[in-house]
Design a protein around this ligand. Structure first.
Ligand code: AMP
Length: 276
């Protein structure tokens, strides 16, 4: 695996990037599963590690974000990764144009996580747009764990007319069902012991839906579920799977964000799918 710290160096090599996997580092099996979507021998696979300060809506969250670069490099070395890009902010900005904020797809960026993290998705769109301009991949792989982000990137590709195929990768969980996340490392032992309740609540929501309980009543029951637990629900919402709008006549997904102490975790579950 060749590591680039400089974008000039990266561009000088005129690489053909088939698969691009952007990350913020502190790599776990969830990230590695994205890389494992690339089957077969070396395919021009590029991973990036960049913690984008602008998308953090809380300075402490950014300051505490786990950084484990040496371990990350070791993990990537043992996988099918050809290039690792670890750029600096000034270098990214020097080599790309900013996203035109007047094109923000607010119908999606200001909902759910976007309602509580003002400006978050615009900052995500900006940095991913900049990476797309620099890396020019044929495919970009993103995780369904960040489902809203995935749809935001889908919009970005449409808005900017990129010829990039968006590959979705399923959520990887631990044995207890907790979705892997770099932020799990920030949980205390006690908080960690409750974290599996997040996915349990989502499975409960799916069971209620299967039992024909009304959407509003499911939402009420899930909020009650967390009343009994030492964690704070930020939102729970059932939405249309394809658009994330509050419409219930097609496939459906339930999305949740909770605080365990100061750590914010998100998760989701498909509760109605006719296509799978
Ligand atoms: P991050 O480093 O948190 O920005 O994540 C980089 C990519 O990994 C994003 O596309 C995430 O959706 C994906 N990802 C993170 N955690 C998981 C997980 N548990 N399962 C699947 N994909 C994940």
């Amino acid at each position: 695996m060749k590591i680039f710290y400089s974008i000039d160096e990266f561009l000088k090599n005129q690489l053909q990037i088939e698969y691009f996997i952007p990350t913020m580092g502190n790599l776990h099996d969830g990230h590695l599963s994205l890389i494992n979507q690339v089957k077969g021998p070396s395919k021009g696979t590029c991973v990036s590690i960049y913690v984008n300060e602008a998308q953090f809506t809380n300075q402490e969250d950014f300051d505490n974000y786990p950084k484990t670069l040496n371990d990350d490099i070791e993990k990537l070395n043992s996988l099918n990764v050809d290039y690792l890009l670890i750029p600096e902010k000034y270098d990214i900005e020097k080599h790309s144009q900013s996203f035109d904020t007047s094109k923000e797809p607010k119908h999606i960026t200001t909902e759910l996580c976007g309602k509580f993290r003002i400006g978050h998705f615009l900052a995500v769109m900006d940095v991913v747009d900049r990476f797309f301009q620099i890396v020019k991949p044929r495919n970009a792989i993103f995780g369904e764990k960040d489902y809203q982000q995935l749809l935001v990137i889908q919009e970005l590709i449409k808005i900017c007319n990129y010829d990039i195929n968006l590959v979705r990768s399923p959520i990887i969980r631990n044995n207890e069902g907790l979705a892997l996340s770099s932020r799990n490392n920030l949980l205390s032992n006690e908080e960690r012991s409750y974290a599996a309740e997040i996915y349990k609540s989502l499975k409960y929501a799916k069971n209620l839906y299967d039992d024909k309980v009304k959407i509003d009543d499911i939402t009420e029951q899930i909020n009650k579920y967390f009343d009994e637990l030492p964690m704070k629900i930020e939102y729970f919402s059932i939405r249309d799977l394809k658009t994330l709008q509050p419409r219930y006549d097609d496939d459906l997904i339930a999305l949740i964000a909770v605080y365990l102490g100061k750590v914010r975790l998100i998760d989701n579950i498909i509760i109605k799918s006719t296509s799978k």
